[in-house]
Design a protein around this ligand. Sequence first.
Ligand SMILES: Cc1cc2nc3c(=O)[nH]c(=O)nc-3n(C[C@H](O)[C@H](O)[C@H](O)COP(=O)(O)OP(=O)(O)OC[C@H]3O[C@@H](n4cnc5c(N)ncnc54)[C@H](O)[C@@H]3O)c2cc1C
Length: 205
Amino acid sequence: MSFAAPALLAAHPPYPTMWIRLWCPGPDRLYQRAFTLVDPDAAAGTFDLEFAMHEHGYAMDLARTARPGDVVEVSVLTRDDYVRPDPLPPGFVMVADPASLPAVNGILPTLPDDLEVRLWLGRQHDGDEDLPIAPHPGLQVTWVPHDELAARLRDGLAGVHGWYGWVCVDTVQTRAIKELLRAATGAGKRDGHAMGYWTKGRSTG
Ligand SMILES: Cc1cc2nc3c(=O)[nH]c(=O)nc-3n(C[C@H](O)[C@H](O)[C@H](O)COP(=O)(O)OP(=O)(O)OC[C@H]3O[C@@H](n4cnc5c(N)ncnc54)[C@H](O)[C@@H]3O)c2cc1C
């Protein structure tokens, strides 16, 4: 879905993985939901949002019923965001799903060509594997059933010591995978990036 918001982008210059909170109408009040800016163009004052569609939720209602010209309120937070590591490690191991693919697609073009990237993606629906992934010469992509991400990663993390770990999937698996990545990369508590994007079986509230 495409948005025009010149004042927002002028006040908050976009950066890779920048996200905003959409205030989505519910039956009694507005509910905030986080979405990642796709292809933000500060000069034109535009950006897109990509919605990983699931059965129900106020953000889904908004996405399904939006019409050209509709207006939505948003808030901008810049907290707990991904910060590109400096110096860069030899590789990135990233774990994502359709909801966090916009963030992955924001990061990949910022990484040098000689950096290795192992991207694990959780498949939720038929056709997920056709979702566009930003090209990168060092990218290796592995799709697995979403619920098996943590289990499959246990055996798939050889040779990533010293790499940067990034995981943004459902909260339960994010927690487990964060520990797996920390052990495999040898990262300290503050290294890497891990954020639960949604909670299985529970509305964001
Ligand atoms: C920093 C950040 C950036 C994000 N960027 C994006 C983005 O660019 N695009 C995007 O699609 N999402 C993104 N998300 C995730 C999105 O905010 C959540 O999926 C949110 O819960 C959707 O709200 P909802 O009203 O549709 O569902 P909710 O009311 O939160 O949940 C309703 C039901 O749907 C289920 N559900 C919620 N999300 C998902 C999902 N992704 N897959 C399967 N089931 C789900 C819940 O378990 C619950 O049962 C981001 C989250 C964060 C924290």
